[in-house]
Design a protein around this ligand. Structure first.
Ligand code: NAD
Length: 271
């Protein structure tokens, strides 16, 4: 299947590791020119170099940039850098790290504010500032404009100890659905991707925290997560990235407003 991604311009945030990195790698493999950003210049440069080595894609098709997505000014700057470098923006993939785990008594108002800034406000600001460029890209002949938001399966089915994530992801979902409705007439699609338990640094950290809290081994904890999925295993970042690539592609032209679980069948609801 030709995905129609050759030479499309993509920006993936939170891309020095994990799901963001895997998404950037697969978009590059499918022919996109990919700007990838995270907070550390060293880490994002290394991340881009690793993509070039693993895919054989020329380094000048990858643009490593520094951006802390909690800072609106840095978002504005990074989008300007992408457009100045490659002339347009077709695909925005919003992503960042997850907030700390814990229950209601564990967090202050400042913790709540920080989580909403990291996972909700960052998404809104990225979309707000990318939108003029995505609109232009959609208007071109053979244009393509896509917004993809990486959230969590907790948007559909809250996870008991992830209060901050559960609340922020639900907000992103409401925002995405509103945006999909408004941008539909312009041919811009907006979808969210909801990872289940997928092997990344974030998951390893959550396992370590649970180990400290419960005394169970990391292996037992991972096995209990795997058991929740219909496929009885954890996901791999490249499996998640394949879904990103498809929803970003020209072939996903009639899919918008969708919240797609990529969770090996962890969510048990009908729809
Ligand atoms: P990760 O911690 O492995 O990677 C997160 C990336 O975001 C890193 O590159 C990090 O440097 C970057 N980042 C963090 N804070 C940032 C900021 N303020 N500005 C810019 N970049 C920032 O996490 P992951 O597992 O790849 O998860 C990605 C997202 O998916 C997170 O929001 C996570 O909560 C969510 N998620 C992950 C899983 C899973 O099993 N891995 C499951 C559900 C949801």
């Amino acid at each position: 299947m030709d995905l129609g991604l050759q030479d499309r311009i993509a920006l993936v945030t939170g891309a020095s590791s994990g799901l963001g990195w895997a998404a950037a790698r697969e978009l590059a493999r499918e022919g996109c020119k990919v700007a990838l950003c995270s907070r550390s210049e060293t880490r994002i440069r290394q991340a881009a170099a690793r993509i070039a080595v693993e895919t054989g894609v020329a380094e000048d098709r990858l643009l490593p940039l520094v951006c802390d997505v909690r800072e609106e000014a840095q978002i504005v700057q990074v989008i300007e850098q992408v457009v100045a470098h490659w002339g347009q923006l077709n695909i925005l993939v919003t992503n960042a790290g997850g907030p700390p785990a814990g229950y209601i008594g564990d967090f202050t108002a400042d913790d709540w504010r920080a989580a909403l800034e990291l996972n909700l406000l960052s998404t809104i600001n990225l979309c707000r500032h990318a939108l003029p460029h995505l609109r232009q890209a959609a208007r071109k002949p053979n244009g393509l404009a896509r917004i993809l938001m990486i959230t969590s399966i907790s948007a559909k089915q809250p996870i008991p100890n992830l209060y901050l994530s559960n609340a922020a992801r639900a907000g992103v979902q409401g925002f995405a659905k509103s945006l999909a409705e408004e941008l539909g007439p312009e041919g811009i699609t907006v979808n969210t991707l909801l990872p289940g338990y997928t092997r990344t640094e974030r998951l390893a950290e959550l396992a370590r925290l649970q180990q400290q809290r419960t005394g169970r081994s990391v292996e037992e904890i991972e096995a209990s997560w795997a058991e929740q999925a219909a496929l009885k295993r954890l996901g791999e970042p490249e499996e998640f990235a394949a879904a990103v690539v498809f929803l970003a592609s020209a072939r996903a032209s009639y899919i918008t407003g969708v919240a797609l679980p990529v969770d090996g069948g962890r969510s048990k609801h009908l729809l």
